[in-house]
Design a protein around this ligand. Structure first.
Ligand SMILES: Cc1cc2nc3c(=O)[nH]c(=O)nc-3n(C[C@H](O)[C@H](O)[C@H](O)COP(=O)(O)OP(=O)(O)OC[C@H]3O[C@@H](n4cnc5c(N)ncnc54)[C@H](O)[C@@H]3O)c2cc1C
Length: 502
């Protein structure tokens, strides 16, 4: 049963949404969470799928099934979890914050309250609540350790922690939200402590079609729930559907570009051309090597000893295009749970992409998949491809050092055919990939920015009572993986809502 009204209606029980819901409920507010996928209950409930709970690998069940469609010659998956916890159910549990320049540049663009010093306490609160711990070097698997040991040779000193917001280069064991082998998603970290409260209601299998706007104010949502279509009234509606789905809810509600709504015969409620635009993620390349007998034996032993997660350490460094901080990540990746898949990989990603894509509706049916075009490496200056290529060259240089060469063996992907820069760039253009960090489709911005969707209060421009609290509001992606920044979007919106209602 869905309540017919609530003081705060949270659309999407994912990463940002659960943070807002728990914080508001703990502050005594009447809160309703509407999650399109199932609510499996508290941590420990046997309904939770094992792949979502198991932190040694990425989660896969209850995926929204989004992909690049026919944009490229093959299909790039844009995985997103459709279940309570959202993409915190699937992710690699790496928690990075970025660099001071990231958030200070938001504040410098006029977004008062969004600078590093404003957000730092929220990063700390999120880190505590998500039960984040730091791996030590002696916990790293042999594959992770080998790259960590060698990294200083290419300008990445071994450091203790990646989350010093003033540090620009280094290689460190990761900070992870893993406890006793369990991926601590935001349902466990935030909702569980509030589930007993009578003022918090969580409804799964509740797909929000659209927001009802009356006289310029959001007053409720239309929800598809187990074969029925119901209306729920709300004092404040907080969208938290993520970078692919918050814009689709707005578009179905008539908030967006007239040019995109008209062909679908969606009546225009408010012309906001930025809705669904500014989509960006960090382009990614997974390189792999043939491995060696020594490494195989060491990793087999590590796996036999029990705990051998795919991801554990990471490096950061500037390419020649970033003079402020860093714009490359390096990520040893070893899917050791699949004993038969001997793949020795390291990913690199360009953290400050210039290219921008979009999310648009193909249909008014809320179950229809949207049109997602990231336009990876499409910036006219060709900088994104060059930054990513520099990442690949740095990994090649590292793999050739005496410490690593005998352990990693010959490069097999992208391989010897791509040794000249033109061939490497051609390979990258032909094989775009994502780092699973889409942001920006409902971006924060001041009223004089025509492409802004929400203001510094995270309120949709021109509509009262409608907030957004997820990765979609980040105007520019931080030099980070986006899980903790998404938690911080939730913390910030909850903080502002609590202050406003005090
Ligand atoms: C495979 C994978 C690996 C990743 N690895 C990492 C990592 O190691 N480190 C890191 O920092 N980041 C990682 N990320 C990214 C990170 O998890 C995301 O950036 C972050 O979780 C996004 O949070 P969000 O709140 O914006 O969206 P989500 O967490 O996706 O939440 C959106 C929620 O809204 C629900 N929803 C959507 N539409 C509707 C609707 N119409 N009605 C009702 N509910 C709706 C969804 O079902 C979902 O629960 C990874 C992501 C993936 C997919």
């Amino acid at each position: 049963m869905i309540p017919s009204e609530a003081e705060y209606v949270i659309v999407g029980g994912g990463t940002g949404g659960n943070v807002v819901a728990a914080r508001l409920a703990e502050a005594g507010k009447d809160v309703l969470v509407l999650e399109a996928g199932p609510d499996f209950g508290p941590q420990g409930d046997p309904a939770w799928p094992s792949d979502i709970v198991d932190a040694t690998r990425l989660g896969t069940s209850y995926d929204w099934g989004y992909d690049s469609g026919s944009t490229y010659p093959w299909t790039v998956g844009f995985e997103r979890a459709r279940a309570i916890g959202g993409s915190s159910d699937f992710n690699g549990c790496t928690q990075t914050w970025g660099h001071r320049r990231d958030y200070d540049s938001w504040a410098e663009s006029g977004l008062t309250g969004w600078g590093t010093e404003d957000l730092l306490p929220l990063f700390q609160a999120g880190t505590e609540r998500m039960r984040v711990k730091l791996y030590t070097a002696d916990e790293l698997t042999p594959w992770q350790h080998a790259w960590y040991d060698a990294a200083p040779a290419v300008g990445m000193p071994r450091i203790a922690d990646l989350n010093d917001m003033d540090e620009a280069a280094g290689f460190a064991p990761e900070a992870v939200n893993i406890q006793d082998g369990v991926r601590v998603n935001t349902a466990f970290a935030y909702l569980d402590a509030a589930r007993h409260l009578p003022n918090l209601t969580i409804v799964g299998d509740a797909l929000v079609d659209r927001v009802i706007i009356e006289n310029g104010r959001a007053t409720g949502v239309v929800v598809h729930h187990r074969g029925e279509v119901v209306t729920v009234r709300g004092g404040t509606i907080v969208l938290a559907g993520g970078a692919y789905n918050s814009p689709t809810v707005l578009l179905r509600s008539g908030i967006g570009s007239f040019a995109h709504l008209a062909p679908l015969e969606i009546p225009l409620v408010h012309h906001l051309p930025g809705v669904g635009e500014n989509l960006h993620d960090q382009p990614f390349l997974l390189m792999s090597w043939a491995g060696s007998e020594n490494m195989t034996a060491d990793m087999t032993a590590a796996r036999a000893a029990g705990w051998a997660p795919d991801e554990q350490a990471m490096g950061k460094r500037a390419s020649s295009f970033d003079t402020e901080a860093f714009d490359l990540h390096f990520l040893p990746y070893s899917p050791t749970h699949a004993a038969e898949r001997k793949r020795w990989s390291v990913g690199t990603s360009a953290l400050q992409p210039r290219s921008r894509g979009f999310v648009r509706l193909k249909s008014t049916d809320p179950e229809a998949k949207p049109w997602i075009d990231h336009r990876f490496l499409a910036d006219p200056e060709g900088i994104d491809v060059r930054v990513l290529a520099e990442g690949a060259e740095i990994l090649r240089e590292l793999a050739a050092t005496p410490e690593l060469a005998s352990l990693v063996g010959a490069e097999i992907h992208p391989g010897p055919d791509t040794l000249v820069p033109e061939a490497l760039r051609a390979h990258l253009y032909r094989n775009p990939d994502n780092y699973w960090h889409p942001v920006g489709t409902c971006r924060l911005g001041t009223a004089d920015d025509p492409m802004a969707v929400v203001d510094a209060r995270a309120q949709v421009h021109g509509i009262e009572g409608l907030r957004i609290a997820d990765a979609s509001i980040m105007p520019q992606i931080p030099r980070a993986t986006t899980a903790m920044p998404s938690v911080v979007m939730g913390e910030k919106v909850a903080q502002m809502l609590c202050e406003e209602s005090a």
